[in-house]
Write a protein that binds this ligand. Structure first.
Ligand SMILES: [Ca+2]
Ligand SMILES: [Ca+2]
Length: 323
């Protein structure tokens, strides 16, 4: 009998401390952002339209929230070797009043999800391990066993570089050319989860059910077993039932796994042995940062995909969108 896993520090005051750290960092980011905006304004002609001025200020505020997010992640990378929802980065900034406006933001860990683009990591454009994981995930999204593999094949065809349809269920340019509207598979990684609705067999309903469990990230990267929901854990680990995964998540809330060895020991306690740990980790590398801001009459939302790689804590921007 193994001793129970030792709990990590998240004390009752942990969240409050996390929030205090975040507010302090946010203040720094916002002051820097506003100062830059003010300096920039000195040279702006007097006939500037108020709306455009407010738009620029709101954008600065949203960018301040995203800078805050990068600071929090960089600080976390310096001080911890694992990632779990009890850490400071997981604390959302509630709508916080600032002069003439309001700012809020949050970080969403995308490493706790199944990366759809990992399907094409293997030899001949498909990874058998990732395909079996995705097939199980489709099962958790309500897809029958006989429909799951054809859906996975269709998605691999959409991503893989060739124009040869896989059997069963695959589809390439000839099939898509006959659809309404006709379209072409990109034969490359998905740019967004929403693109799934273009793929043969993926109905809007199915895509909505999959959405909380999947991400469209650059190929590579790992699933963080400390943040993945039960559906993703059960899909990623052969032999781990959804019920057992739910219990594992409850246990994880008390004490996140410190490393993959301790995670494996927990699985062994549940008679899940010899798991394939390829593509599994206790850390997160991809985060979606959202900054929202209102200034005067303008509102903006900024979304930034951040990549925090091993040994380089300052998170890089993969892409950003202003909404
Ligand atoms: Ca961490
Ligand atoms: Ca293809």
């Amino acid at each position: 009998m193994l001793p129970p896993p030792r709990a990590l520090p998240p004390s009752p005051g942990g969240t409050q401390r996390g929030a205090a750290v975040i507010l302090a960092l946010l203040t720094v980011a916002l002051v820097a952002g506003l100062a830059a905006a003010t300096v920039g304004d000195l040279g702006v002609a007097m006939d500037q339209v108020i709306g455009r001025h407010d738009q620029a200020q709101a954008r600065q505020l949203a960018r301040g929230a995203v800078d805050w997010a990068r600071n929090v992640l960089a600080e976390d990378g310096r001080t911890s070797s694992l990632d779990h929802p009890g850490e400071a980065w997981a604390v959302k900034i509630p709508p916080t009043p600032v002069e003439e406006g309001e700012v809020s933001g949050e970080l969403l860990d995308l490493s706790g999800r199944f990366n759809l683009n990992s399907l094409s990591e293997g030899i001949e454009g498909a990874s058998p391990l990732q395909v079996s994981r995705f097939v199980r995930l489709l099962g958790h999204a309500g897809v029958s066993e006989q429909d799951a593999l054809p859906l996975a094949q269709a998605l691999i065809d959409w991503i893989d570089p060739d124009d040869q349809p896989r059997l069963p269920g695959g589809a390439e340019s000839s099939w898509y050319a006959g659809q309404a509207p006709p379209r072409r598979p990109p034969n490359g990684p998905l740019a967004a989860v929403a693109e799934l609705t273009q793929v043969r067999g993926f109905t809007p309903g199915l895509v909505a059910r999959l959405r909380p469990f999947v991400a469209a990230l650059p190929p590579g990267g790992s699933i963080n077993v400390n943040t993945a929901p039960p559906e993703v854990l059960s899909a990623a680990i052969e032999g781990l039932s959804l019920d057992a995964a739910r219990l594992l998540v409850v246990e994880r809330e008390r004490a996140p796994a410190r490393d993959m060895n301790s995670f494996q020991r927990r699985l062994e306690e549940r008679n899940v042995d010899n798991i394939n740990t390829t593509g599994l980790a206790v850390r997160s590398t991809y985060f979606l940062a959202t900054g929202r801001a209102r200034f005067g009459v303008s509102m903006v939302r900024m979304e930034v995909l951040l990549h925090r790689s091993e040994g380089q804590n300052w998170p890089a921007i993969v892409w950003q969108k202003l909404l």
